[in-house]
Design a protein around this ligand. Structure first.
Ligand code: GUN
Length: 294
């Protein structure tokens, strides 16, 4: 079997059209323009490119968009003051503090200072708690993107054996929780593997749907994949430079051989990546819409 390639860019474009239409309607009916601020501390090149992409996309969708960059030597108090300012700003519905933060700043303290109803990353414990009980306002962006890719590419989630490789707070734990909810596009039986799992391959070979967020290049090889599985590769590993001087990327899945076994697979780049930003935009729109009813 040669897998269908799940085109994250195409699906993201489809969702962006939906967001653009809903944004125009929100403005027309309620006079509300979704507002997003991104806050970056320092000039880490990967973070600069992520934040630039988020700013560009939000403008394209018709959002009010602000990019704040403060020096790498800024204090925790300065960053908290900036968060407090946007917590109070009625034109801003979403606040995103780009991670990682410099070591002298307590990441948890900063993320927890963001008002939960403006926490479009859904990293605040209030939002993670709501997710756990199936009552989320916002879903974390990468897991939300994975779920959309699965649903929109026709994966049968109900009753499926889902195996997640990786237990991070940003991907592994939330996607496992989301897919086991008693809900549409979920209702799966979920197993989570991690660095202390005794025999990861034994689990992954049973997976109808395999989600890999291991943080290691080509960690999942063809012998670990069931014939006909859906494979979602969340990994982004920089493995050199292209001829054009861009970063060359590979995922956590050994793409070419796994492609010959799977029913469907996401490429890297062009799979999960384009979905993450799109889900951030959808959360910002949702945050703006929540203002109507509150
Ligand atoms: N750094 C890498 N990914 C993310 C993300 O999804 N949100 C934030 N805030 N920072 C990140």
């Amino acid at each position: 079997m040669t897998a269908k390639i799940i085109d994250g860019k195409l699906i993201a474009d489809e969702i962006r059209k939906e967001i653009t239409a809903e944004t125009a309607e929100l403005k027309e009916k309620h006079g509300i323009v979704p507002g997003l601020v991104t806050i970056l501390v320092g000039e880490n090149p990967a973070s600069v490119s992520y934040v630039t992409a988020k700013g560009k996309t939000s403008k394209e969708l018709g959002f009010h968009s602000i990019q704040e960059t403060i020096p790498v030597g800024s204090t925790e108090e300065q960053l908290l003051a900036l968060v407090a300012k946007y917590n109070e700003d009625p034109r801003i519905h979403g606040i995103l503090v780009q991670l990682p933060l410099p070591k002298h700043i307590n990441e948890g303290k900063v993320l927890y200072a963001i008002r939960p109803d403006k926490d479009v990353d859904a990293f605040h414990p209030v939002n993670l708690g709501k997710l756990m009980i199936g009552n989320a306002d916002f879903l974390p962006c990468t897991p939300a993107g994975i779920q959309e890719l699965l649903v929109r590419s026709g994966a049968a989630l109900e009753g499926a054996e889902v195996v997640v490789v990786g237990r991070s707070n940003i991907v592994g734990k939330p996607i496992a929780n989301m897919l086991l909810q008693k809900a549409k596009g979920a209702n799966a039986t979920v197993t989570v593997c991690h660095t202390k799992t005794r025999d990861t391959a034994m689990h992954t070979r049973r997976a109808d749907i395999l989600i890999v967020a291991a943080g290691a290049p080509k960690a999942v090889t063809a012998d670990m994949v069931k014939e006909g599985a859906y494979v979602i590769d969340v990994g982004v590993n920089r493995i050199g430079m292209t001829d054009k001087g861009k970063a060359k990327l590979c995922g956590d899945v050994d793409f070419e051989p796994v492609k010959e076994k799977a029913a469907a697979i996401t490429p890297v780049p062009g799979g999960v990546g384009p979905m993450t930003i799109t889900m951030l935009m959808r959360n910002t729109l949702k945050a703006a819409k929540l203002r109507i009813s509150r």
